[in-house]
Design a protein around this ligand. Structure first.
Ligand SMILES: C[S@@+](CC[C@H](N)C(=O)[O-])C[C@H]1O[C@@H](n2cnc3c(N)ncnc32)[C@H](O)[C@@H]1O
Length: 247
């Protein structure tokens, strides 16, 4: 898979770039911004890119990156020819002075034309996020949502018929067995199930609300207008590609 390249042309200086990056309090993604500078994120986005299997060629396609954070996957889609709208409600920062993603800074330094909006996926109309989109990235966001059914319906509304949804989420296996301190999980139940975390039960993070089993995720997609195929599993994350079925 092609990872994200530095921008072809870079204005400014290395010191100027480092100063701009230091103004952003928290970086999640490692984004090359030119002059040999890479943003100091912690997520292994290159390995993740392999697991997500985002199409390599996006010429002429409109892309929506939901919960984009610093925008690594948005920049990848732009590099692959897509016209990208990226949204995030910036809830991961839980308010306060440090409430901001690094996307604006990275976009500026890369000379990107990504359209970034602070928006809630439950309410795309308020932010004037209008389809139709050909590709929707929904990466590690589902379990943060108060209303997954509403969100998937909203995305179906702005998806072109046949559009591709690339989804990764935290989920729970039906059976867990510990062998020599290692947890082995198995997806065995045909019945949909969702765990609810009204407080900080999941990872101490109050923005975590729901986790499905594999059947629960499949049922959610079927109920909201998507046909899917699972593409992989890595630790406690499940990956799938879904297509918008005709309304
Ligand atoms: C775990 S991060 C994932 C970021 C990125 N997609 C990735 O995989 O690296 C979840 C992101 O979704 C955003 N988010 C959470 N709830 C949201 C909502 N209702 N609407 C839009 N974005 C949301 C958070 O602010 C955060 O940036």
């Amino acid at each position: 898979m092609t990872a994200l390249d530095p921008p072809a042309e870079t204005a400014g200086t290395r010191t100027g770039h480092l100063d701009r990056i230091a103004e952003v309090p928290v970086w999640r993604h490692r984004i090359p911004v030119g002059h040999g500078v890479v943003t100091p994120g912690t997520e292994d986005t290159v390995a993740e890119l392999d697991r997500l299997q985002i199409p390599l060629h996006l010429d002429g396609q409109r892309v929506l990156d939901v919960g984009c954070s610093d925008g690594y996957y948005s920049f990848v889609c732009e590099q692959r020819g897509g016209t990208v709208t990226a949204i995030d409600d910036e809830s991961s920062f839980l308010g306060g002075d440090e409430r901001r993603n690094g996307l604006r800074t990275a976009s500026d330094l890369r000379g990107s034309t990504i359209d970034y909006r602070v928006a809630d996926v439950h309410d795309l109309a308020t932010a004037s996020v209008a389809g139709p989109f050909d590709l929707i990235l929904f990466v590690n966001v589902l379990y943060h949502l108060e209303n997954p059914v509403l969100a998937l319906r909203q995305l179906a509304e702005v998806a072109r018929p046949g559009a591709l949804l690339v989804l990764k989420t935290y989920y729970r296996t039906d059976v867990r067995v510990w062998v020599r301190g290692r947890c082995l999980g198995f997806d065995v139940m045909p019945a949909p199930k969702w765990w609810f975390f009204p407080g900080t039960e999941l990872g101490g993070d109050p923005t975590n609300w729901w986790a499905p089993n594999r059947a629960g995720l499949a049922a959610l997609l079927e109920a909201t207008g998507w046909s899917h195929r699972f593409t992989g599993r890595w630790r406690d994350r499940l990956y799938l590609h879904a297509r918008r079925t005709h309304a």
